[in-house]
Design a protein around this ligand. Sequence first.
Ligand SMILES: N[C@@H](CCC(=O)N[C@@H](CS)C(=O)NCC(=O)O)C(=O)O
Length: 219
Amino acid sequence: MSTILYYSPKYIRPIISVCLVQYFKADIQIVDIDTDMENFARDFPLQQCPSLINRETGLYLTETISIQHYLIKTFSKYPEEVKKLLGSTILEEAEILRWDALSVSDFLNREVHYIKPLIGLLPYDADAHLQAKKQLDVVVQIFEDHLKNHQFLVSDHITLADLSVTGSFFFGFNFAYDEKWSQQYPNITRWYKEITKSPYVSNFFNDKQQTNTVPLPPQ
Ligand SMILES: N[C@@H](CCC(=O)N[C@@H](CS)C(=O)NCC(=O)O)C(=O)O
């Protein structure tokens, strides 16, 4: 029985894990949770993805960061590539984990609380929405300031930090971050365009466009 990576095309956190499976040509079945809900829900009570399982060998992982590390360390054929993606010093490793954790927790959560009410996926409340925007802006500015002086988030090449944060920025660039937004955040935009072309993730991003409309709050 093969290893299964559960994902959903509706969700953001699995994007990079799916890209890594495809990039490494790993012997892993990528399964949409909606096509296997009974087994998924039985084995993963939280019903969140990405989730990784091999029901024969007992391999069982949840949590995006854990799954990304497992995929890179198991399926890259090149020790040098593993070091490049995950860091080659203790400090680099810690910095990559820092950005990755920020990406799948506070950053994505804030982005979701700002964008989902605009696209009808969460109820809209004007005060809560203004607050969500302020909170999102704080994190976005952290990325913008860092990328003003750095080509990549950590070190002088692409690491897992860049891939993971790019996955989370996709939600924004897909739904709300238009050209005007890019003028305010030119360094994030320059970096995002570069990372989305990287062979690690280009399969996913090559047919994706930056939005040219910003959804308006419901009246
Ligand atoms: N702590 C988990 C969170 C995973 C998560 O919330 N994934 C979302 C998709 S982006 C999900 O499955 N949401 C469905 C739900 O919570 O019901 C991780 O970092 O992987």
